[in-house]
Design a protein around this ligand. Sequence first.
Ligand code: NDP
Length: 284
Amino acid sequence: MAKIINGKEVSEKIRLRIAEEVKDLAAKGIVPGLAVILVGDDPASQVYVRNKKRACEQAGIYSESYELPGNTSQEELLALIDKLNNDPKINGILAQLPLPSHIDEETVINRISPDKDVDAFHPVNVGKIMIGNYDFLPCTPAGVMALLAESGVDCAGKECVVVGRSNIVGKPQAMLLLHNHGTVTICHSRTKNLAEVTRRADILIAAVGKPDFITAEMVKPGAVVIDVGINRKADGKLTGDVDFASVEPVASYITPVPGGVGPMTITMLLQNTLKSAKKANNIS
Ligand code: NDP
């Protein structure tokens, strides 16, 4: 039987620490500020934006949300980003993805000042992560690392396998595991004999976007299994990329969905916003 890593509990603990720090900053007259931009009316994105706003309020972080119509032009969006880049109240800017198809995601990401890029998607921040000398870590992979650390899982010398190579999860996740001295393999849709590779993993991270994709036969007994996936089943229920029922008896640690990695992503966003505010005010 695996130990269940409770992302909600870990997240609460870190959010309390963040709220304490925000309070200390407020005593110095500094209030971290986050701007969240949503273009269009994607229901899932609306929920994410609402959750981010609520999390900011609870942590004492100032937030602004811009819910723009789906026909907003790229120029209008870039003009808003320019305004926020120059607004001293705002330390973090987040453009909720996906953006409508008439807007070029890369252009938008590149326009956000690297100093306010709390998602860590800007090429400057991606480069810094590669080097290992970074200001911000991308929220979901950083959340995974925090869960591992809080569970006492040491990556050093371990076989780490990441299934998925997206720019927002798989690739940065692999870099963070590497910085923590894991021996890292990245798998993707062209990987041959996937189960053979995943079965080597002491730490297996699933970021595929396919419900119940990782089954017990793909997991080494005693492995730590982290499920990044968020998939909605036909019955409306959320499920991860890991077949929890079959993998849980095999693994030593496992994250559930919901309640595993999900809550950590917003927590890391708060952490990045706090970090940005401290940096802007030369506080270490
Ligand atoms: P992407 O769709 O961008 O990437 C999926 C990756 O999985 C790709 O690299 C793809 O390979 C790989 N893949 C697809 N099919 C297979 C296969 N059969 N075998 C091996 N690899 C495969 O997804 P994201 O990285 O954005 O997200 C992954 C999951 O994480 C999703 O469920 C998403 O909802 C969730 N997510 C959760 C977050 C959270 O807060 N918990 C935040 C962000 C995402 P290839 O590159 O070859 O196509």
